[in-house]
Ligand binder design. Structure first.
Ligand code: SF4
Length: 446
């Protein structure tokens, strides 16, 4: 595996289908920036190619950079791009190829291909360093590799978030005009923890990091934020509002350091409803959006999902955040059991509770999850590109797939018009989104 020391880190383009909503949420490639930082300290020459923002194709980048090594991350919907990028890297540069990220971690067998050399199955980026340093592969946790043409699987171990290096944000700073969360442009990402201590049935996030919640000290998080030259910070933990003491410490240190920024984070409705005063304090230090998995407008669904929260928490979370002036982004699941009236009731609830920002996702059993076993006989596709929460992947119980898409797109259009009237998406090209919604309504997915 002797190569030049150029190492290309690749983040795929978002999508090649008609559901390409680039320009609304474009994420800083933080995972790659951690690896970048580690490689630089080892004397390698790393570079990043992010398909969300690049204007040159990956093939052109490969030809000009000629990396000895290529690492590709991605989500389920990007699986085919990830494989294509590895094949291109082998063909053009003869690079040693690595794949990683949350899809590969849990579906590593999907990547058993000739053009892929290593599959990283944990968050421990130092396993890449071990491979580069020539450590015996059998002693490295969380990696799949070929030996004598047969794939070997070393089990992953939980990664201690405290070991994360300070990410090198050179690439982010060079593309400040591209990385955003809605109107917050530019918007930098910060990670303070991996995984989630809850066990909601539909969610795979709690299985990440071997199912172990691992959090950094708040002092190191605030130190990192202090050094970021960007006024908007998206805390990308699966759930930031886990421990009230930890959040109070965050508020205290942000105030002490006189840091003035806007923040986005995920939080649960039951936490918000149980801590109204803390929400006021978060508003004071700049919390701008809290993304809340409200999931449903009936206790039956919340209980089926093992959400360990209920409708009174949902209602109170919306009221509290509306009152303190933090934008709540309510995220809902469009269940495959929905009847036409469920779509209507969801809209009615959103309107009557004055919820301005919403996101709706079609119920999608994650690949390689227990839920997938339950839905196996109902699957209507196995194409990874459909795992984007915008496609129906399993047969609905109470209507045809075509009818389901019809109701889904009507709801999406109503929510979009509501948001447009309330002026919350003034930064987007409305013409483009209306055309996209109409195309989806009459094309019924795809
Ligand atoms: S839905 Fe949210 S709270 Fe539930 S397991 Fe997933 S990340 Fe945790």
């Amino acid at each position: 595996m002797e190569h030049n020391k150029r190492f290309l880190l690749v983040h795929p383009e978002i999508s090649r289908n008609k559901y390409n909503f680039a320009g609304i949420i474009d994420n800083e490639p933080l995972e790659l920036e951690y690896i970048y930082s580690m490689l630089k300290s080892m004397g390698y020459e790393p570079d990043i190619w992010d398909g969300q923002v690049e204007t040159v194709s990956l093939a052109e980048k490969l030809k000009s950079f000629m990396p000895g090594y290529v690492y590709v991350c991605g989500r389920t919907r990007q699986e085919s791009f990830m494989k294509e990028y590895c094949a291109n890297s082998k063909e053009i540069c003869g690079s040693t190829t690595f794949v990683g990220g949350i899809h590969a971690q849990h579906n590593y067998k999907h990547f058993y291909e000739d053009s892929i050399d290593f599959i990283m199955t944990s968050f421990d980026m130092f396993a890449i360093a071990d491979i580069l340093c020539g450590k015996s592969l059998s002693e490295i946790d969380g990696v799949c590799f070929k030996s004598g043409g047969i794939w070997q699987e070393n089990a992953p171990k939980p990664f201690d978030a405290e070991r994360l290096p300070v990410p090198d944000r050179t690439y982010f700073y060079a593309h400040l005009d591209r990385y955003r969360y809605l109107e917050l442009l530019p918007c930098a990402h910060v990670r303070t923890a991996y995984s989630c201590p809850y066990r909601c049935k539909f969610c795979y996030r709690n299985r990440l990091n071997c199912g172990v919640y691992s959090a950094r000290s708040i002092a190191s998080v605030v130190e990192e934020i202090k050094g970021i030259e960007c006024e908007n910070i998206y805390i990308i933990d699966d759930d930031f509002l886990v421990d009230a003491e930890r959040i109070l410490e965050f508020v205290r240190l942000i105030k002490k350091n006189n840091i003035r920024k806007k923040y986005v984070c995920y939080g649960r409705a039951d936490f918000i409803s149980g801590h109204p005063d803390l929400m006021k304090q978060l508003k004071e230090i700049g919390f701008y959006y809290i993304l809340v998995g409200l999931e449903a407008v009936s206790d039956r669904y919340l209980s089926d999902y093992n959400k360990l929260s209920d409708m009174s928490c949902n209602i109170s979370a919306v009221e509290i955040l509306n009152n303190v002036g933090i934008n709540i982004m309510g995220m809902f699941i469009i269940d495959l059991d929905f009847k036409p009236r469920d779509f209507r009731e969801l809209y009615k609830w959103i309107k009557s509770h004055k919820l301005r920002h919403t996101a709706i996702s079609i119920f999608t059993p994650e690949m390689s999850s227990e839920l997938m076993e339950q839905y196996k006989s109902r699957l209507i596709t196995d194409a990874p590109c459909d795992w984007d929460y915008l496609h129906v992947v399993a047969k609905p119980s109470n209507m045809s797939v075509k009818q389901f898409y019809f109701h889904y797109h009507i709801l999406a259009a109503k929510l979009f018009i509501k948001g447009w009237r309330e002026g919350i998406y003034d930064f987007v090209d409305y013409g483009f989104y209306i055309r996209t919604i109409l195309k989806n309504m009459f094309g019924f997915g795809g």
